[in-house]
Design a protein around this ligand. Structure first.
Ligand code: DOR
Ligand code: ZN
Length: 423
């Protein structure tokens, strides 16, 4: 592999507080140096003038659907979509068929991702056997097989005693327990409970369903010392709960899905089933609070919850499968918040790189010399549209389909190798 020099870009690295026009030299898959005007006659050059050079993005919540639901997505198509969105590392969710509740499934996924060779895929194991919420899976064996987190995502873990045990184990294992927080006795329907559900006569998932489990998990983290990670936080009160318990010293982190930073419940009126997601799109004031919490640090990272579904599963809202694709739209959504002055560009990148790396304890998300050369180069002003030509997922379920977006990835580099280049 020849040396690679990224020339003339604006390098932004939250891990070092760097925001500077500077060159970056990569050798043997590792970042060698960051300096002005690097000259290396035999090196390959990437001209990054006018572009932003950042650490490769890390998504700790993606559904790749393999094994078992390859008609929606597979590891290869998911990774293609990921690198086009600037991601070099993904944590894939275990609600596959079979679920990632046995070491062999975790190993299968890692080896498939390795042979695809685009981005790193780290599996999350289930908390309970078969995601049934009845009996803990063998978390030690799953960790041994490469799982970096545990979650029954898609289904909440309702049993408080099992959640407590899982968090006690988390404290010993130093692996986060991630929960999809929605009380399944209250969240039985399809969209947020409020004006839009009344208007359209649709079944509901009220915000208190989410707040109850969020609060329970924060309380259990407080008592056990385990690390709880709240997945896809969506409510105003939820932000306050997390803030309160973090202040008490509990080990809590949380993520937000970029779609919840852009869209609200009204979206269902126009986009129908494509606007259905669990937890659902909420009110404008929830969205506002989430953006504030991004800026003040209550929310730790952005995670896409990329959830591909086949068009036949996205018919009537009340019968549709929940979820939206999101790997290629996360960056443009965050850049919109940057343009609106709601968060700084440095913070946006921290939410996509350093913070998610810290949550799962991996040594990525930095451009420090000696780090693996995982790099995303993007044009913050480039206009484009997500459509048949640009979408690389097998699915197209997002309300952003056909909408103009601003901000596009030009190169993605993984371990010093160009794994995506915009043509
Ligand atoms: O909307 C969702 N879709 N939320 C989840 O938690 C699971 C996901 C899926 O797997 O489709
Ligand atoms: Zn979920």
């Amino acid at each position: 592999m020849p040396k690679l020099i990224i020339k003339g870009g604006r390098v932004l690295d939250p891990s070092q507080g760097i925001d500077e026009e500077i060159d970056l030299c990569i050798d043997k898959g590792v970042i060698k140096r960051l300096e002005k005007d690097i000259l290396e006659p035999e090196a390959e050059i990437i001209d990054a003038q006018g572009l932003i050079v950042a650490p490769g993005f890390i998504d700790i919540h993606a559904h790749l659907r393999e094994p078992g639901q390859e008609y929606k997505e597979d590891i290869e198509s998911g990774c293609r979509s990921a690198v086009a969105g600037g991601y070099t590392t993904l944590v894939c969710m275990p609600n596959t068929e079979p679920p990632i509740d046995k070491p062999w499934v975790a190993r299968y996924i890692e080896s498939r991702a390795c042979s695809v060779g685009l981005c790193k895929v780290l599996p999350a194991g289930t908390i309970t056997e078969g995601r049934k919420g009845k009996k803990l899976a063998d978390l030690w064996a799953l960790k041994e097989a490469g799982c970096v987190a545990f979650t029954d995502d898609g289904s909440p873990l309702m049993d408080s005693s099992l959640m407590k045990k899982a968090l006690e184990l988390s404290a010993q294992m130093e692996v986060p327990i991630m929960n999809h927080c929605e009380d399944d006795r209250l969240a039985v329907g399809s969209i947020n409970e409020g004006e839009v559900s009344s208007l359209l006569g649709l079944s509901t998932r009220p915000p208190e369903a989410e707040d109850l489990l969020n609060a329970r998990d924060c309380i259990l983290a407080y008592y056990t010392g385990g690390h709880v990670h709240i997945q896809h936080l969506t409510t105003e009160l939820g932000v306050e709960i997390v803030r309160e318990f973090k202040a008490k010293g509990a080990k809590i982190t949380c993520e937000v899905n970029p779609n919840h930073l852009l869209l609200t419940e009204e979206e269902v009126i126009g986009a129908g089933a494509n606007a259905r997601v669990n937890p659902p799109l909420r009110r404008k004031r929830d969205r506002e609070k989430l953006i504030e919490a991004l800026a003040d640090g209550t929310i730790d990272c952005v995670a896409t919850d990329h959830a591909p579904h086949h068009p036949s599963e996205k018919g009537l809202v009340d019968r549709a499968m929940p979820g939206m694709i999101g790997l290629q739209t996360a960056l443009p959504i965050l850049l919109e918040l940057v343009r609106e002055g709601r968060i700084s560009l440095m913070r946006a990148l921290e939410l996509l790189t350093l913070k998610p790396a810290q949550i799962i304890g991996i040594d990525r998300g930095s451009l420090k010399p000696g780090s693996a050369a995982d790099i995303t180069i993007f044009d913050a002003d480039r206009r484009w549209t997500l459509n048949e030509e640009t979408n690389l997922s097998k699915s197209r379920n997002t309300p952003l389909w056909g909408r103009e977006l601003v901000g596009r990835v030009i190169y993605t580099i993984k371990d010093g190798r160009i794994v995506y280049k915009l043509h």
